[in-house]
Design a protein around this ligand. Structure first.
Ligand code: SAH
Ligand code: SF4
Length: 346
């Protein structure tokens, strides 16, 4: 196959639409289950080894199925592992495996770079190459589990990229992660984090699925939010909060608001007050993420300021926790994932 043919074939790798493939090829319906078992349970690297399939099907699949490869791994002092995964077009994304308490969480990427370019995020600084397909998102869980000899209990779509840039694709990825024939992880153990892409939130709300929603707020008002998150120009806080309200009304589930605390920018008492006003009456909790070193011009607040912010929210009755990201020493923490050409300061 030449590069152009490969490109065409893998733009939508067969595992993304296996039913269509089987239908088109006139295969009996049980073949779909067999192929799924080979990919997801037996982790067959080479379709030619799928011994219960006819040779012609194996040969054809060899042209159409590919398993992304782990290019590199880094292990943190806190045992967090970061994998660099390479896709068919040589683009790379990072996947993080985090073990904490009884949980093993895989943090998957949804894009090569990110279209939204938040100023404080290393992925945002890369620009945007392309969105990953549902299979390419879900298969990262399989790769990290195999390489890390782990049994993931939770999956978060919180790596490189914005899941809801392609919200149908993000939901299809969650469905693959959830499907018992594939990864079999419970819907409540899968979280999608969005920078505030309203149509994606509404799509999830109306899907009748139990996937959890996290929304990156990072500021308590539109003016500040627009300064650091270009996505805020498209969807204002009022539109965002309206969508969140629809989500909580329909699902009766709490939303997690992520709030990256940046020194001198959004960490003052008036920010805490405005934030608690914004969230008044919303079924939610707040996850404070002290800024991780990623882009120039931003710093993490001192511990006393963090505490003051957290206490101020608590006093207003907001449920709040602080997440000290794991894997900061290997640039695997929130906002540090990056596979671009070169980075001057990280
Ligand atoms: N695009 C999605 C998911 C990926 S980003 C989103 O924005 O929600 C995952 C989380 O990392 C987001 O909550 C984001 O606000 C946070 N983040 C980005 N850069 C960060 C940094 N430098 N330090 C701490 N958290 C950061
Ligand atoms: Fe994209 Fe999320 Fe990073 Fe913003 S924080 S640039 S939306 S990955």
């Amino acid at each position: 196959m030449n590069t152009e043919e490969r490109k065409h074939k893998f733009m939508e790798p067969v595992p993304d639409n296996l039913s269509d493939y089987c239908h088109k090829e006139g295969l009996p319906s049980y073949r779909e289950g067999q192929i799924l078992e080979w990919i997801w349970k037996k982790k067959a690297l080479d379709p030619l080894s799928m011994s219960n399939l006819p040779t012609s099907v194996r040969e054809d699949l060899r042209e159409k199925i590919y398993l992304p490869e782990i290019e590199k791994m880094n292990k943190s002092g806190d045992k967090t592992v970061k994998y660099k995964v390479k896709f068919w077009d040589k683009n790379e994304a990072e996947t993080v495996l985090i073990k904490e308490g009884g949980r093993t969480t895989v943090c998957v990427s949804t894009g090569i770079g990110c279209p939204y370019g938040c100023l404080f995020c290393a992925t945002g600084g890369m620009g945007f190459v392309r969105q990953l397909t549902p299979y390419e998102i879900a298969v990262q869980v399989l790769l990290a589990a195999s390489a890390g000899k782990a049994n993931p209990t939770n999956v978060v779509l919180m790596g490189m990229g914005e899941p809801f840039y392609d919200y149908k694709g993000a939901m299809a990825a969650c469905d693959m992660i959830n499907d018992k024939r594939m990864l079999g992880i419970g819907q409540r153990k899968i979280t999608v984090s969005t920078a505030g892409v309203v149509p994606g939130i509404l799509f999830l709300a109306k899907s009748a699925k139990q996937y959890k929603l996290a929304v990156s707020l990072n500021a308590s008002n539109d003016t500040d939010r627009k300064k650091i998150m270009p996505v805020a120009r498209k969807w204002t806080l009022s539109a965002l909060m309206d969508a969140v309200k629809q989500y909580t009304d329909i699902t009766n589930k709490k939303v997690t608001f992520e709030y990256v605390l940046i020194k001198g920018f959004n960490d003052g008492p008036s920010d805490a007050r405005k934030l608690s006003e914004l969230l008044d009456g919303v079924l939610c909790k707040v996850n404070l993420i002290p800024y991780n070193r990623a882009e120039k011009g931003f710093e993490r607040p001192e511990p006393a300021i963090l505490l003051r912010f957290q206490e101020a929210l608590k006093k207003e009755g907001v449920e709040v926790t602080t997440r000290f990201s794991k894997g900061e020493d290997i640039q695997a923490a929130c906002g540090q994932l990056f596979t671009g050409k070169q980075k001057k300061m990280r």
